[in-house]
Design a protein around this ligand. Structure first.
Ligand code: DLL
Length: 433
Protein backbone atom coordinates (compact mmCIF):
# COMPACT_ATOMS: atom_id res chain seq x y z
CA UNK A 1 0.00 0.00 0.00
CA UNK A 2 1.18 3.52 -0.75
CA UNK A 3 0.61 5.71 2.31
CA UNK A 4 0.73 9.07 0.55
CA UNK A 5 -0.31 8.46 -3.05
CA UNK A 6 -0.10 12.13 -4.02
CA UNK A 7 3.48 12.72 -2.97
CA UNK A 8 4.96 9.26 -3.44
CA UNK A 9 3.79 8.92 -7.04
CA UNK A 10 4.17 12.55 -8.08
CA UNK A 11 5.45 13.12 -11.63
CA UNK A 12 9.07 14.30 -11.76
CA UNK A 13 8.34 17.82 -12.92
CA UNK A 14 5.89 18.59 -10.13
CA UNK A 15 8.23 16.98 -7.60
CA UNK A 16 11.16 19.11 -8.73
CA UNK A 17 9.19 22.30 -8.48
CA UNK A 18 8.26 21.43 -4.88
CA UNK A 19 11.90 20.56 -4.17
CA UNK A 20 13.11 23.92 -5.47
CA UNK A 21 10.57 25.89 -3.46
CA UNK A 22 11.38 23.96 -0.29
CA UNK A 23 15.12 24.20 -0.90
CA UNK A 24 14.96 27.96 -1.20
CA UNK A 25 12.94 28.22 2.00
CA UNK A 26 15.36 25.92 3.85
CA UNK A 27 18.37 27.94 2.72
CA UNK A 28 16.77 31.20 3.73
CA UNK A 29 15.94 29.89 7.18
CA UNK A 30 19.34 28.30 7.72
CA UNK A 31 21.08 31.47 6.55
CA UNK A 32 19.05 33.63 8.90
CA UNK A 33 19.26 31.44 12.00
CA UNK A 34 22.38 29.22 11.94
CA UNK A 35 25.68 31.15 12.09
CA UNK A 36 27.54 28.13 10.71
CA UNK A 37 25.52 28.08 7.48
CA UNK A 38 25.59 31.86 7.10
CA UNK A 39 29.39 31.91 7.41
CA UNK A 40 29.82 28.97 5.01
CA UNK A 41 27.66 30.56 2.37
CA UNK A 42 29.26 33.97 2.78
CA UNK A 43 32.71 32.42 2.45
CA UNK A 44 31.58 30.83 -0.82
CA UNK A 45 30.16 34.16 -1.99
CA UNK A 46 26.59 32.87 -2.10
CA UNK A 47 23.33 34.08 -0.66
CA UNK A 48 20.09 32.06 -0.68
CA UNK A 49 18.79 34.40 -3.41
CA UNK A 50 21.48 33.02 -5.77
CA UNK A 51 19.84 29.59 -5.75
CA UNK A 52 17.46 29.71 -8.69
CA UNK A 53 17.51 26.10 -9.89
CA UNK A 54 18.09 22.70 -8.30
CA UNK A 55 21.49 22.51 -10.03
CA UNK A 56 22.55 25.68 -8.21
CA UNK A 57 22.65 23.58 -5.03
CA UNK A 58 25.97 22.20 -6.31
CA UNK A 59 27.64 25.55 -5.64
CA UNK A 60 26.97 25.28 -1.92
CA UNK A 61 29.71 23.84 0.30
CA UNK A 62 29.26 20.43 1.95
CA UNK A 63 28.52 19.93 5.63
CA UNK A 64 30.49 17.18 7.37
CA UNK A 65 30.26 15.23 10.60
CA UNK A 66 33.19 17.31 11.84
CA UNK A 67 31.14 20.49 11.34
CA UNK A 68 28.42 19.02 13.53
CA UNK A 69 30.99 18.06 16.16
CA UNK A 70 32.44 21.56 16.11
CA UNK A 71 28.99 22.90 16.89
CA UNK A 72 28.26 20.36 19.64
CA UNK A 73 25.71 20.14 21.15
CA UNK A 74 23.08 22.61 19.86
CA UNK A 75 25.03 24.98 17.61
CA UNK A 76 23.36 23.78 14.40
CA UNK A 77 19.81 24.20 15.67
CA UNK A 78 17.78 26.65 13.60
CA UNK A 79 15.07 27.32 16.18
CA UNK A 80 15.16 28.45 19.81
CA UNK A 81 15.25 25.63 22.37
CA UNK A 82 11.68 26.48 23.42
CA UNK A 83 10.58 25.13 20.03
CA UNK A 84 12.62 21.93 20.28
CA UNK A 85 10.44 19.11 21.59
CA UNK A 86 12.84 16.15 21.16
CA UNK A 87 16.56 15.52 21.16
CA UNK A 88 18.30 12.42 19.80
CA UNK A 89 21.97 11.61 19.46
CA UNK A 90 23.97 9.06 17.54
CA UNK A 91 26.62 7.51 19.69
CA UNK A 92 29.28 7.17 17.02
CA UNK A 93 32.21 4.91 17.59
CA UNK A 94 34.72 7.73 17.70
CA UNK A 95 34.58 11.27 18.97
CA UNK A 96 31.64 13.24 20.20
CA UNK A 97 28.11 12.07 19.59
CA UNK A 98 26.06 13.96 17.02
CA UNK A 99 23.11 15.72 18.59
CA UNK A 100 19.94 16.41 16.62
CA UNK A 101 16.72 18.23 17.51
CA UNK A 102 13.10 18.20 16.33
CA UNK A 103 10.24 20.69 16.50
CA UNK A 104 6.69 19.39 16.93
CA UNK A 105 6.28 19.74 13.16
CA UNK A 106 9.50 17.78 12.54
CA UNK A 107 8.15 14.95 14.69
CA UNK A 108 5.01 15.01 12.54
CA UNK A 109 7.07 14.92 9.33
CA UNK A 110 9.13 12.02 10.64
CA UNK A 111 5.98 10.09 11.66
CA UNK A 112 4.60 10.59 8.14
CA UNK A 113 7.84 9.35 6.57
CA UNK A 114 7.91 6.32 8.83
CA UNK A 115 4.23 5.58 8.13
CA UNK A 116 5.14 5.68 4.42
CA UNK A 117 8.13 3.42 5.09
CA UNK A 118 6.21 0.84 7.08
CA UNK A 119 3.55 0.76 4.36
CA UNK A 120 6.18 0.29 1.66
CA UNK A 121 7.57 -2.59 3.71
CA UNK A 122 4.18 -4.29 3.78
CA UNK A 123 2.50 -2.96 6.95
CA UNK A 124 -1.13 -1.86 7.18
CA UNK A 125 -3.28 -0.71 10.07
CA UNK A 126 -4.31 -4.33 10.58
CA UNK A 127 -0.77 -5.30 11.58
CA UNK A 128 0.92 -5.77 14.94
CA UNK A 129 4.49 -4.50 14.84
CA UNK A 130 7.14 -6.01 17.11
CA UNK A 131 9.60 -3.14 17.34
CA UNK A 132 12.98 -4.41 18.54
CA UNK A 133 14.95 -1.29 17.58
CA UNK A 134 16.39 0.31 20.69
CA UNK A 135 14.36 3.08 22.34
CA UNK A 136 16.40 5.97 23.65
CA UNK A 137 18.81 8.43 22.12
CA UNK A 138 19.07 6.11 19.09
CA UNK A 139 16.44 7.12 16.51
CA UNK A 140 15.39 3.57 15.56
CA UNK A 141 12.92 2.76 18.35
CA UNK A 142 10.97 6.00 18.55
CA UNK A 143 11.16 6.56 14.79
CA UNK A 144 9.34 3.31 14.05
CA UNK A 145 7.04 3.86 17.01
CA UNK A 146 5.58 7.18 15.85
CA UNK A 147 5.29 5.94 12.28
CA UNK A 148 3.38 2.85 13.37
CA UNK A 149 0.95 4.95 15.40
CA UNK A 150 0.48 7.34 12.48
CA UNK A 151 -0.25 4.37 10.23
CA UNK A 152 -2.74 3.08 12.78
CA UNK A 153 -1.00 -0.26 13.27
CA UNK A 154 -0.56 -1.77 16.76
CA UNK A 155 2.96 -1.27 18.03
CA UNK A 156 4.71 -3.38 20.65
CA UNK A 157 7.48 -1.10 22.00
CA UNK A 158 9.68 -3.97 23.10
CA UNK A 159 13.03 -2.24 22.28
CA UNK A 160 16.31 -4.20 22.12
CA UNK A 161 17.48 -6.77 24.65
CA UNK A 162 15.90 -9.29 26.99
CA UNK A 163 15.74 -11.61 24.02
CA UNK A 164 13.97 -14.54 25.71
CA UNK A 165 11.15 -12.29 26.79
CA UNK A 166 10.91 -11.05 23.20
CA UNK A 167 10.43 -14.60 21.96
CA UNK A 168 7.62 -15.16 24.46
CA UNK A 169 5.94 -11.94 23.32
CA UNK A 170 6.30 -13.00 19.70
CA UNK A 171 4.63 -16.28 20.54
CA UNK A 172 1.85 -14.87 22.70
CA UNK A 173 0.97 -11.56 20.98
CA UNK A 174 1.28 -12.83 17.42
CA UNK A 175 3.01 -9.83 15.83
CA UNK A 176 2.94 -9.80 12.03
CA UNK A 177 5.77 -7.33 11.33
CA UNK A 178 9.27 -7.39 12.82
CA UNK A 179 11.43 -4.27 12.96
CA UNK A 180 15.04 -4.70 14.14
CA UNK A 181 18.61 -4.52 12.99
CA UNK A 182 19.28 -7.49 10.69
CA UNK A 183 21.89 -8.86 13.10
CA UNK A 184 19.47 -8.72 16.01
CA UNK A 185 16.76 -10.36 13.90
CA UNK A 186 19.09 -13.31 13.38
CA UNK A 187 19.86 -13.41 17.06
CA UNK A 188 16.14 -13.49 17.85
CA UNK A 189 15.82 -16.47 15.50
CA UNK A 190 18.68 -18.23 17.22
CA UNK A 191 17.23 -17.74 20.71
CA UNK A 192 13.77 -18.78 19.52
CA UNK A 193 15.19 -22.07 18.26
CA UNK A 194 16.96 -22.64 21.59
CA UNK A 195 13.63 -22.10 23.31
CA UNK A 196 11.93 -24.59 21.02
CA UNK A 197 9.93 -21.90 19.20
CA UNK A 198 9.78 -22.20 15.42
CA UNK A 199 9.34 -19.05 13.34
CA UNK A 200 7.24 -21.17 11.04
CA UNK A 201 4.57 -21.21 13.74
CA UNK A 202 4.75 -17.46 14.38
CA UNK A 203 2.63 -14.95 12.46
CA UNK A 204 5.32 -12.74 10.91
CA UNK A 205 4.77 -11.72 7.29
CA UNK A 206 7.25 -8.88 6.82
CA UNK A 207 10.49 -7.68 8.40
CA UNK A 208 11.84 -4.14 8.09
CA UNK A 209 15.53 -4.21 8.79
CA UNK A 210 18.24 -1.56 8.72
CA UNK A 211 20.55 0.73 10.71
CA UNK A 212 23.58 -1.33 9.62
CA UNK A 213 24.88 -2.69 6.34
CA UNK A 214 23.66 -6.12 5.27
CA UNK A 215 23.90 -8.00 2.02
CA UNK A 216 21.54 -9.63 -0.42
CA UNK A 217 22.72 -13.04 0.78
CA UNK A 218 22.05 -12.01 4.37
CA UNK A 219 18.51 -11.14 3.25
CA UNK A 220 18.00 -14.67 1.93
CA UNK A 221 19.37 -16.13 5.15
CA UNK A 222 16.99 -14.00 7.25
CA UNK A 223 14.00 -14.75 5.03
CA UNK A 224 14.66 -18.49 5.29
CA UNK A 225 15.28 -18.52 9.02
CA UNK A 226 12.48 -16.15 10.01
CA UNK A 227 9.88 -17.11 7.40
CA UNK A 228 9.07 -13.57 6.38
CA UNK A 229 9.71 -11.16 3.53
CA UNK A 230 12.53 -8.75 4.43
CA UNK A 231 13.07 -5.19 3.20
CA UNK A 232 15.87 -2.73 3.81
CA UNK A 233 15.26 0.60 5.56
CA UNK A 234 17.83 3.38 5.61
CA UNK A 235 18.28 6.58 7.52
CA UNK A 236 20.59 8.53 9.74
CA UNK A 237 20.02 10.74 12.76
CA UNK A 238 21.47 13.82 11.08
CA UNK A 239 19.00 13.64 8.20
CA UNK A 240 15.95 12.66 10.35
CA UNK A 241 16.47 9.07 11.56
CA UNK A 242 15.00 5.95 9.91
CA UNK A 243 12.61 6.81 7.08
CA UNK A 244 14.94 8.56 4.67
CA UNK A 245 14.60 5.66 2.23
CA UNK A 246 12.97 2.24 2.10
CA UNK A 247 12.60 -0.65 -0.29
CA UNK A 248 9.10 -1.49 -1.44
CA UNK A 249 8.22 -5.10 -0.71
CA UNK A 250 6.93 -5.48 -4.29
CA UNK A 251 10.31 -4.98 -5.98
CA UNK A 252 12.93 -5.19 -3.19
CA UNK A 253 15.31 -3.60 -5.62
CA UNK A 254 16.73 -0.42 -4.20
CA UNK A 255 15.36 1.97 -1.60
CA UNK A 256 13.00 4.81 -2.57
CA UNK A 257 14.27 8.09 -1.16
CA UNK A 258 11.49 10.40 -0.01
CA UNK A 259 12.47 13.14 -2.40
CA UNK A 260 9.76 15.57 -1.41
CA UNK A 261 11.66 15.88 1.90
CA UNK A 262 15.29 15.24 0.94
CA UNK A 263 17.48 15.90 -2.08
CA UNK A 264 20.02 13.11 -2.58
CA UNK A 265 23.29 13.50 -4.46
CA UNK A 266 26.11 11.06 -5.13
CA UNK A 267 29.60 12.51 -5.08
CA UNK A 268 33.09 11.29 -5.67
CA UNK A 269 34.35 11.16 -2.07
CA UNK A 270 37.84 12.28 -2.98
CA UNK A 271 37.05 15.19 -5.33
CA UNK A 272 33.55 16.18 -4.18
CA UNK A 273 32.37 16.13 -7.79
CA UNK A 274 28.69 15.27 -8.28
CA UNK A 275 28.30 11.98 -10.15
CA UNK A 276 25.54 11.07 -12.62
CA UNK A 277 22.80 8.51 -11.90
CA UNK A 278 24.14 4.96 -11.83
CA UNK A 279 27.62 5.83 -10.64
CA UNK A 280 28.76 4.73 -7.21
CA UNK A 281 29.98 7.20 -4.64
CA UNK A 282 29.16 8.91 -1.34
CA UNK A 283 25.58 9.84 -0.54
CA UNK A 284 24.90 13.47 0.29
CA UNK A 285 21.56 14.77 1.58
CA UNK A 286 19.89 18.15 1.86
CA UNK A 287 16.77 18.33 4.01
CA UNK A 288 13.83 20.26 2.57
CA UNK A 289 11.29 20.45 5.37
CA UNK A 290 13.13 20.14 8.67
CA UNK A 291 12.80 23.07 11.05
CA UNK A 292 15.00 22.42 14.07
CA UNK A 293 17.96 20.78 12.39
CA UNK A 294 18.18 21.49 8.67
CA UNK A 295 21.09 19.85 6.89
CA UNK A 296 22.57 21.23 3.70
CA UNK A 297 24.61 18.91 1.51
CA UNK A 298 25.43 16.64 4.42
CA UNK A 299 28.08 14.06 3.60
CA UNK A 300 26.90 10.72 4.99
CA UNK A 301 30.04 8.68 4.22
CA UNK A 302 27.66 5.94 3.05
CA UNK A 303 28.38 4.42 -0.33
CA UNK A 304 25.58 3.86 -2.80
CA UNK A 305 24.29 4.86 -6.24
CA UNK A 306 21.00 6.26 -7.51
CA UNK A 307 18.55 4.69 -9.95
CA UNK A 308 15.83 6.91 -11.48
CA UNK A 309 14.03 4.13 -13.38
CA UNK A 310 10.31 3.71 -12.71
CA UNK A 311 9.45 1.02 -10.18
CA UNK A 312 6.74 -1.62 -10.39
CA UNK A 313 5.25 -0.34 -7.12
CA UNK A 314 4.24 2.96 -8.71
CA UNK A 315 6.44 5.21 -6.58
CA UNK A 316 8.25 7.82 -8.65
CA UNK A 317 10.96 8.65 -6.12
CA UNK A 318 14.50 7.74 -7.08
CA UNK A 319 15.97 4.57 -5.60
CA UNK A 320 19.31 4.21 -3.87
CA UNK A 321 21.10 0.91 -4.03
CA UNK A 322 21.55 -0.78 -0.66
CA UNK A 323 24.49 0.82 1.16
CA UNK A 324 27.55 -1.25 0.34
CA UNK A 325 29.80 0.27 2.98
CA UNK A 326 31.05 3.52 4.42
CA UNK A 327 33.93 5.59 3.18
CA UNK A 328 35.29 5.34 6.71
CA UNK A 329 34.83 1.60 7.31
CA UNK A 330 36.70 0.65 4.20
CA UNK A 331 39.69 -1.36 5.33
CA UNK A 332 42.91 -1.08 3.46
CA UNK A 333 44.64 -4.42 3.78
CA UNK A 334 48.11 -4.34 2.26
CA UNK A 335 46.88 -1.70 -0.13
CA UNK A 336 43.71 -3.49 -1.17
CA UNK A 337 40.41 -1.78 -0.40
CA UNK A 338 38.12 -4.15 1.41
CA UNK A 339 34.60 -3.53 2.64
CA UNK A 340 33.22 -5.76 5.39
CA UNK A 341 30.11 -6.25 3.24
CA UNK A 342 32.21 -7.90 0.52
CA UNK A 343 33.57 -10.41 2.98
CA UNK A 344 30.04 -10.98 4.23
CA UNK A 345 28.91 -11.82 0.70
CA UNK A 346 31.64 -14.42 0.34
CA UNK A 347 30.84 -15.97 3.72
CA UNK A 348 27.10 -16.10 3.14
CA UNK A 349 27.64 -18.08 -0.03
CA UNK A 350 29.19 -20.89 1.98
CA UNK A 351 26.44 -23.22 3.18
CA UNK A 352 28.18 -24.49 6.27
CA UNK A 353 28.80 -21.14 7.97
CA UNK A 354 26.40 -19.19 10.15
CA UNK A 355 25.69 -15.47 9.63
CA UNK A 356 27.82 -14.43 12.61
CA UNK A 357 31.26 -13.13 11.81
CA UNK A 358 33.88 -10.61 12.83
CA UNK A 359 36.94 -9.21 11.10
CA UNK A 360 40.13 -8.64 13.06
CA UNK A 361 42.91 -6.56 11.65
CA UNK A 362 46.42 -6.51 13.08
CA UNK A 363 49.79 -5.35 11.95
CA UNK A 364 52.79 -7.64 12.37
CA UNK A 365 56.26 -6.72 11.10
CA UNK A 366 54.63 -3.87 9.16
CA UNK A 367 52.28 -6.24 7.41
CA UNK A 368 48.52 -6.10 7.71
CA UNK A 369 46.95 -9.34 8.85
CA UNK A 370 43.26 -9.85 8.29
CA UNK A 371 41.59 -12.61 10.27
CA UNK A 372 37.99 -13.56 9.57
CA UNK A 373 36.28 -15.32 12.43
CA UNK A 374 33.04 -17.00 11.48
CA UNK A 375 30.81 -19.43 13.27
CA UNK A 376 29.89 -22.85 11.98
CA UNK A 377 27.10 -25.12 13.19
CA UNK A 378 27.49 -27.41 16.18
CA UNK A 379 27.56 -30.53 14.02
CA UNK A 380 30.42 -29.43 11.85
CA UNK A 381 32.40 -28.32 14.82
CA UNK A 382 32.22 -31.71 16.47
CA UNK A 383 33.31 -33.34 13.19
CA UNK A 384 36.95 -34.11 12.53
CA UNK A 385 39.48 -31.29 12.47
CA UNK A 386 40.41 -32.06 8.89
CA UNK A 387 36.99 -31.09 7.60
CA UNK A 388 37.20 -27.75 9.40
CA UNK A 389 40.63 -27.10 8.00
CA UNK A 390 39.59 -27.80 4.46
CA UNK A 391 36.58 -25.53 4.83
CA UNK A 392 38.83 -22.77 6.18
CA UNK A 393 41.11 -23.21 3.21
CA UNK A 394 38.18 -23.09 0.80
CA UNK A 395 36.88 -19.81 2.27
CA UNK A 396 40.38 -18.32 2.23
CA UNK A 397 40.57 -19.18 -1.45
CA UNK A 398 37.14 -17.65 -2.13
CA UNK A 399 38.13 -14.41 -0.39
CA UNK A 400 41.37 -14.27 -2.31
CA UNK A 401 39.60 -14.87 -5.61
CA UNK A 402 36.75 -12.47 -5.00
CA UNK A 403 38.58 -9.64 -3.26
CA UNK A 404 42.22 -10.16 -4.13
CA UNK A 405 43.24 -10.09 -0.50
CA UNK A 406 44.72 -12.79 1.71
CA UNK A 407 42.85 -13.49 4.88
CA UNK A 408 43.20 -16.07 7.60
CA UNK A 409 39.86 -17.73 8.17
CA UNK A 410 39.12 -19.14 11.58
CA UNK A 411 35.96 -21.19 12.03
CA UNK A 412 34.68 -20.88 15.57
CA UNK A 413 32.10 -22.64 17.67
CA UNK A 414 28.49 -21.51 17.73
CA UNK A 415 27.85 -18.47 20.01
CA UNK A 416 31.54 -17.50 20.20
CA UNK A 417 31.04 -14.13 18.56
CA UNK A 418 29.33 -11.58 20.78
CA UNK A 419 25.71 -10.85 19.79
CA UNK A 420 24.54 -7.30 19.65
CA UNK A 421 21.11 -5.97 20.54
CA UNK A 422 21.56 -3.07 18.16
CA UNK A 423 24.19 -2.54 15.50
CA UNK A 424 26.63 -5.42 15.17
CA UNK A 425 30.35 -4.76 15.67
CA UNK A 426 31.85 -6.38 12.59
CA UNK A 427 35.37 -5.02 12.58
CA UNK A 428 38.08 -4.81 15.23
CA UNK A 429 41.04 -2.94 13.86
CA UNK A 430 44.03 -3.16 16.20
CA UNK A 431 46.43 -1.36 13.91
CA UNK A 432 47.90 1.82 15.29
CA UNK A 433 47.57 4.34 12.52
O1 DLL B 1 20.76 3.95 12.16
C1 DLL B 1 18.75 5.21 11.74
C2 DLL B 1 18.02 3.95 11.44
C3 DLL B 1 17.34 3.30 12.45
C4 DLL B 1 17.96 3.46 10.16
C5 DLL B 1 16.61 2.16 12.19
C6 DLL B 1 17.24 2.31 9.87
C7 DLL B 1 16.58 1.67 10.88
P1 DLL B 1 22.27 6.38 13.02
O2 DLL B 1 22.39 5.67 14.30
O3 DLL B 1 22.52 7.84 13.00
O4 DLL B 1 20.82 6.22 12.44
O5 DLL B 1 23.24 5.66 11.99
C8 DLL B 1 23.25 6.05 10.64
O6 DLL B 1 23.81 3.81 9.95
O7 DLL B 1 24.91 6.59 8.04
C9 DLL B 1 24.63 4.18 7.80
O8 DLL B 1 26.04 4.10 7.86
C10 DLL B 1 24.04 3.14 8.73
N1 DLL B 1 22.77 2.64 8.18
C11 DLL B 1 21.54 2.99 8.50
N2 DLL B 1 20.63 2.26 7.78
C12 DLL B 1 21.36 1.44 6.98
C13 DLL B 1 21.04 0.45 6.01
C14 DLL B 1 20.19 5.03 12.13
N3 DLL B 1 19.79 0.12 5.71
C15 DLL B 1 24.18 5.18 9.86
N4 DLL B 1 22.08 -0.15 5.37
C16 DLL B 1 24.12 5.48 8.38
C17 DLL B 1 23.35 0.17 5.65
C18 DLL B 1 22.72 1.69 7.23
N5 DLL B 1 23.71 1.06 6.57
Amino acid sequence: MIFNIEYETMPREALESIQLRRLQATLERAYATVPFYRERLQAAGITPANIKTLEDLQAIPFTTKQDLRDNYPFGMFAVPMTNVVRIHASSGTTGQPTVVGYTARDIGTWAELMARSLSAGGATREDIIHNAYGYGLFTGGLGVHYGAEKLGASIIPVSGGNTKRQVIIMKDFGPTILTATPSYALHLAEVAIEMGVSFQNLKFKYGIFGAEPWSETMRREIENKLHLSAVDIYGLSEVIGPGVAIECHEAKKGLHIFEDHFIPEIIDPSTGKVLPYGETGELVFTSLTKEAFPVIRYRTRDISCLNPEPCICGRTHVRMQRVSGRTDDMLIIRGVNVFPSQIESVLMNVDEVEPHYQLLVDRKDNLDILTVRVEVGERLFSDEVKKLQSLEAKIEKDIKEYLGVSAKVKLVEPKTIARSEGKAVRVIDNRKI
